[in-house]
Design a protein around this ligand. Sequence first.
Ligand code: SAH
Length: 217
Amino acid sequence: MDYAVARRRMVESQIVRRNITDKAVLDALLRTPRHLFVDEGFRPHAYSDASLPIGEKQTISQPFMVAAMTAALGLRGGERILEIGTGSGYQTAILSLLVSRVYTIERISSLASRARRVFDQLRLTNVNLKVGDGTVGWKDHAPFDGIIVTAGGPDVPTEFLDQLAVGAPLVVPVGPRDQQKLLRIVRTEDGTFSREELMDCRFVPLIGEKGWLNDNA
Ligand code: SAH
């Protein structure tokens, strides 16, 4: 299988066709080998229009969702971004090509170790990964120029809002376990927050102190 060809087709048919036009985002998708972020058995499906299992009841997000969330951050380069829910590390890798540093938190250590191995393989040197509960953010490195959450919680932890720089966006799925709304919340100059609904979505649960208590469906 020619992965580069499959990847070009993915970008054309799943991303560009759905009106994601940010050139830098499209370029990052073209440069990132999604097949390395899934188990060997799933590699033939790595460029399909779907989320895929990565073990531990978690999934690598659908390519379109990764593209849409990345575009929603409105990146220009040079940002410091916080990501909650490293999972496979695919979204992290895309971000690492677009910004100056990605801070990413994963609660399941086996997934974190696997993601770290792929980052090393791809020589991504601007990623700080830690294992822990991301629902409280990462205060030591705040404020961030953007926060992206790739698991769905019942509401928005105030820690995420507190850790946003002025003008910075938080892209986060919020709602019941089986269906969420993807929100973009921006901290404005006068200290208030603007809030916009981007689309319906369905993510694995955000589990932690400020999320769901457990992963019971
Ligand atoms: N962007 C990832 C999405 C993985 S699924 C990818 O495309 O591969 C979401 C991930 O969030 C899962 O790995 C899950 O373990 C993790 N997660 C859930 N709650 C979390 C929390 N409180 N802190 C950190 N990670 C969390």
